[in-house]
Design a protein around this ligand. Structure first.
Ligand SMILES: *Cc1c(COP(=O)(O)O)cnc(C)c1O
Length: 468
């Protein structure tokens, strides 16, 4: 299995190299050259298997010859053994044929653990096999950073630097990053927004001198292995709900287009997904694109669902690559124009293709609080604000009652206790393994939104650690 860049001018790589490389050298994102397809029989055969076994079967074709099968199977089993729910990603029925898939039973209580834990184990394995080390640099709107730190902490072959927007992540999110005391973990608060953090990260990737000097690698959702780990639960849900020969729909709280792109990937692989509801908060650049055909960059609004406070959805480029017929040069041109003008307009054909798969939905903070309160009153369910947007979206965009709708619950309510308490009067407690989080000592640095400052900091830290 080979991976090619969405911008068409970086070398094709195998799975292990695409994973270690993260962002392609031409600024593009890696996508598989060809897609495996699962037959209805193969999907039906997943029913009743445990999560790790489904994960192995669904992802194995993407690994190709980069890992031997027995080794890969052991890594997958080890990965999902750390999740705290027996089912790993349990389904709960909210209303007749409307399901909630709980993706918050990992170490940091957000769906990002489901792929990031796999990625941490894969990185560790490949680096050790090659006798190499890397510097992982990531940007986070809150949940990626803690999930990445939990996946990389204490690993000999990696240092990890995480940029987060100062004052724009929740206390729980920040503490999950800043209270980890392993020497290879470096949390950095940037004076700016998440998009600023993401731009700094892209600039560091595109500074090839710096990139080589520190052996930089990335675990943001631009990394193909993240998408890979997220494809799994779409199959798990479909198999559990008997949707191998009839349709199934998903509602996905969306920011960077990573999670929902994995749903689109599952559809390409043969999963009979009728539609994917792209649910946004007031940062509605993507739901607007579906409504109008034009993506227009705007200012980021801080909301109660900060992990979706994004105006530059990096993973959209992977989908654009398909919309533009796999023409890397056109993707490069289109992205360059978007960079300059802040506007990207889809052709009528492309927009209609997008609308065949995706349905937009937007909910502001007031609506989010109402949804949390409504679900608590109706069923005693406590939803975090991101999951509440997904639930509202699933309820609003059910076109056929016979088609199961699965709303993805992307975070545990205790990760965003202020919003949950505001809506319901209940402050959800943290699970036992994080119960003393608020008493742990924090350790982080504050830096200006300035490329040279961040690069200098990374160099200094690595020099102190005597690894570069
Ligand atoms: C990251 C995140 C999202 C958005 O996911 P994308 O893959 O960026 O679209 C939604 N909800 C929560 C809780 C998250 O952590």
């Amino acid at each position: 299995m080979r991976y090619i860049s969405t911008r068409g001018s970086a070398p094709a790589l195998d799975f292990a190299d695409a994973m270690l490389t993260g962002l392609a050298r031409d600024g593009g994102l890696y996508v598989p050259e060809t897609w495996p397809r699962f037959s209805p029989q193969e999907i039906a055969a997943l029913a009743g298997l445990d999560y790790a076994e489904v994960a192995y079967r669904v992802t194995r074709p993407f690994i190709g010859e980069a890992l031997e099968s027995g080794t890969y199977r052991a890594l997958v089993e080890q990965t999902y053994a750390v999740f705290t729910h027996g089912a790993v990603a349990p389904l709960v029925e909210l209303a007749p044929n409307h399901w909630l898939m709980e993706l918050f039973h990992g170490p940091t209580l957000a769906f990002k653990d489901y792929a990031m834990q796999l990625l941490g184990n894969l990185f560790n394995h490949v680096l050790r096999a090659r006798g190499r080390r890397v510097t992982i640099i990531g940007a986070t709107s809150g949940d990626t950073g803690s999930a990445a730190i939990a996946a990389c902490r204490g690993r000999e072959a990696m240092d990890i630097f995480i940029l987060f927007p100062k004052g724009r992540v929740s206390d729980v999110q920040r503490r999950q990053m800043t209270t980890v005391d392993d020497a290879n973990v470096h949390a950095i608060a940037i004076d700016g927004t998440f998009d600023d953090c993401q731009a700094l990260l892209k600039d560091m990737f595109n500074d090839h001198g710096f990139r080589d000097e520190v052996a930089m690698s990335g675990v943001n959702s631009i990394n193909w292995a993240r998408i890979l780990g997220q494809i799994v639960y779409y199959f798990v849900a479909a198999a559990a709900l008997g949707a191998w020969d009839r349709k199934i729909a998903f509602a996905v709280p969306t920011g960077n287009f990573g999670n929902i792109y994995a749903g689109y990937a599952a559809r390409k692989m043969g999963l009979p997904i009728s539609h994917l509801v792209l649910a946004t908060n007031a940062n509605d650049i993507l739901s607007n694109l579906l409504a109008t055909g034009t993506m227009r960059r705007g200012a980021v609004h801080a909301s109660l669902s900060p992990s979706m406070d994004i105006q530059v959805a990096s993973n959209f480029e992977r989908y654009l690559f398909d919309l533009l017929g796999g023409d890397g040069a056109r993707v490069a041109q289109t992205m360059a124009a978007y960079q300059d003008t802040g506007e990207l307009t889809l052709s009528a054909d492309a927009l209609s293709a997008a609308r065949d798969v995706f349905t937009g939905f937007r909910l502001d903070d007031a609506g989010t609080l109402e949804e949390i309160a409504r679900r608590y009153d109706a069923a005693g369910a406590l939803l975090d604000p991101h999951s509440a947007i997904g639930v509202a979206a699933g309820a609003a965009k059910r076109f056929e009652p016979s088609v199961p709708m699965v709303s993805l619950a992307t975070a545990h309510p205790a990760k965003f206790p202020d919003a949950v308490e505001q809506a319901t009067g209940i402050r959800p407690p943290l699970p036992a393994h994080l119960a003393d989080l608020m008493e742990r000592t924090e350790r982080f640095d504050v830096l200006a939104n300035d490329l040279a400052a961040v690069q200098g900091f990374v160099r200094d830290r690595l020099a102190e650690r005597q690894v570069a």
